[in-house]
Design a protein around this ligand. Structure first.
Ligand code: ADP
Length: 208
């Protein structure tokens, strides 16, 4: 028996019932910051459990489709976030050919990557999301100009629960899930990075 998975399954129901009660409490006490904080913490805990369970069983049904709508959705979602962080986000999907992917899964992967790129960018930095295609495949690249990742850390960043800085927020599951989701679509995810110059995460998918 896989005890950590059993535990994750077991705590889902009580977490949901706790959430229902907390939502009621927040409705009853709309001014209570404590109640709102509890709901936020609970939400993070629920996400951790869902992410943990998704590690081994990503639900993915890849098929051939256009990448344009994925790029548009990400641009719409992240432009305000980038501007709030005073980072320039440049989205260029013009090199995108049709590719084999699952829309939900691919958006999840790119969301993780763009979110990280913005998080690790300095003010006035630039983050690029772009596509290029050749030889029956499409590469989707998320590049930032942040601090970069040291080679010894880069060996571990796709491992579950690995974080370069243990004090930083997050559980270190985003890249592990992203890699599994990319592979479940028949693709791959890799990282190039140079300390002091930035990082580049590249998703490769099969193209038409
Ligand atoms: P989380 O899910 O907690 O955000 P991730 O799995 O996405 O964690 O990332 C794991 C670790 O890899 C992060 O804690 C961070 O140290 C490092 N990392 C990820 N993306 C970048 C990036 N673009 N630049 C620098 N470090 C990064």
């Amino acid at each position: 028996m896989d005890l950590p998975r059993e535990l994750a399954h077991e705590i889902q129901a009580p977490l949901t019932s706790l959430e229902l009660r907390l939502v009621k409490l927040c409705d009853t006490l709309p001014q209570s910051e404590l109640a709102q904080d509890c709901l936020r913490e609970l939400d993070a805990l629920k996400r951790l459990v869902v992410d943990f369970l998704a590690l081994d069983a990503p639900e993915v049904e890849p098929s051939l489709g256009a990448l344009g709508p994925v790029f548009s959705a990400l641009e719409k979602r992240f432009l305000p976030i980038a501007s709030a962080r005073r980072v320039t986000l440049v989205v260029d999907g013009s090199g995108a050919r049709d590719a084999v992917f699952d829309r939900g899964a691919l958006e999840r992967v790119l969301t993780n990557l763009v979110d990280n790129a913005l998080k690790f960018s300095a003010v006035d930095g630039v983050v690029h999301l772009r596509a290029r295609g050749d030889d029956g495949r499409v590469e989707l690249e998320v590049r930032d100009e942040g601090a970069g990742i040291a080679p010894e850390a880069r060996e571990h960043i796709f491992e579950p629960f690995y974080r370069v800085d243990r004090e930083a927020p997050g559980h270190g599951l985003g890249l592990a899930i992203s890699k599994r989701l990319a592979e479940a679509q028949g693709g791959s995810l890799r990282c190039d990075s140079e300390l002091g110059r930035g990082s580049s995460f590249i998703v490769t998918l099969a193209a038409s």
